[in-house]
Design a binder for this molecule. Structure first.
Ligand code: UDP
Length: 346
């Protein structure tokens, strides 16, 4: 079945990787809307080299325009990536986060239901699980209690609940909610034997571990901090489940067909593998053969010790099979993107 898909935030990091895969592996019609606050036009131009699609610069607050776009393009599926995603910023400016993430989602859902859009794929986050005291040995599954500890996580959980409530009273409206674990890496694209990402994370104020380590490896910054090495883990640093952005994108492609034959559901997207902060930094140093300075600093407020997914559900129910479950490849692709392209994009 050929779908007409609206991708909100399609010029951003994760959205653009999903669009890349939609363009390369499906025949669906794609319409991107993005306000370009963190996404960028260079990404759109790069994606257009794969195959053409419509791009409309628009803020989701412009409700009448969103409505016209759904109508004019006969949209049947929405992938909703557009969001603010920096946790410390969400603590400083909670209103911004609730407006951008939750209010915009409510409005989008209302319009979608009014316009008889049948499917939504929503980007949520492992941040909805908050700061678990102790996680089960086989990772956090989707039934684990939700307890966000910052406005970012709360804005996502509120959006999840709204989507679920709306679907309960609208039989035709179906959703897949994805709870992303730690997304990293860049477009796996080989030119000959060389890994040459065409798109990646170009957001200038990114705070993610692997992005920061790739900035160090490319000498764009001089040094980085490890936020605490006195945690109760094997090497004292925190454990996360790093997932390559292309595998995450693939889950979104699978979700479109999944929703044609199945009911609404929530899925974790991670590899169920935990790596410490020190392991991630060592991997970056190893694959890039670059050394850089790393300070041990104090713990970052609100950082959970250990966040690792249980991904049994998405594997069993959606047939999702990760291709890039390899921390070295995640680091290498992030570095290659940083080295070759990121400086030229903005
Ligand atoms: N981290 C770090 N130094 C940095 C950035 C992150 O030590 O410059 C740690 C952070 O404390 C956490 C892990 O790396 O344990 C992943 O952090 P990130 O911000 O990438 O994602 P989060 O898990 O906080 O969403």
């Amino acid at each position: 079945m050929k779908n007409n898909i609206l991708v909100t935030g399609g010029a951003g990091y994760i959205g653009s990787h999903a669009v890349k895969q939609l363009l390369e592996t499906t025949k669906h019609n794609i319409i991107i809307v993005d306000n370009l606050s963190t996404g960028n036009l260079k990404t759109i131009k790069t994606l257009k080299l794969i195959r053409d699609f419509k791009f409309i610069k628009l803020d989701l607050k412009e409700l009448d325009k969103v409505k016209s776009i759904l109508k004019d393009n006969n949209i049947d599926t929405i992938m909703h990536f557009a969001a603010k995603i920096i946790v410390p910023e969400s603590i400083k400016n909670p209103i911004d986060y609730y407006i951008n993430n939750t209010v915009n989602t409510i409005n989008l859902i209302k319009i979608a239901v009014d316009m008889k859009v049948k499917k939504i794929i929503f980007s949520s986050s492992a941040a909805v699980y908050g700061e678990p005291d102790k996680i089960p040995e086989d990772g956090i599954d989707e039934n684990f209690q939700t307890n966000p500890i910052n406005p970012y996580g709360m804005s996502k959980l509120m959006s999840e609940n709204i989507i679920k409530d709306v679907a309960t009273v609208n039989d035709d409206f179906k959703y897949v909610i994805f709870r992303y674990f730690n997304v990293a890496g860049a477009d796996i694209n080989y030119v000959g034997n060389n890994l040459t990402p065409r798109i990646g994370q170009s957001f200038p104020n990114a705070t993610n571990l692997i992005k920061i380590a790739s900035l160090c490896a490319t000498k764009k910054i001089e040094k980085m901090d490890i936020f605490g090495d006195d945690y109760d883990t094997f090497d004292g640093t925190q454990i996360r489940d790093y997932i390559h952005v292309d595998d995450l994108a693939d889950a979104h492609i699978k979700a479109i067909d999944y929703l044609n034959n199945n009911s609404s559901d929530i899925f974790n997207v991670g590899y169920s593998n935990g790596f410490s902060v020190k392991e991630a930094i060592s991997s970056m140093k190893k694959v890039t053969k670059e050394d850089f300075k790393v300070n041990i600093s104090s713990r970052r407020a609100g950082d959970p010790v250990n966040v690792v997914s249980n991904n049994t559900k998405i594997k069993n129910k959606m047939g999702w099979t990760p291709k890039y479950n390899d921390l070295d490849l995640i680091c290498k692709s992030s570095y290659e993107w940083e080295k070759r392209y990121a400086s030229k994009t903005i």
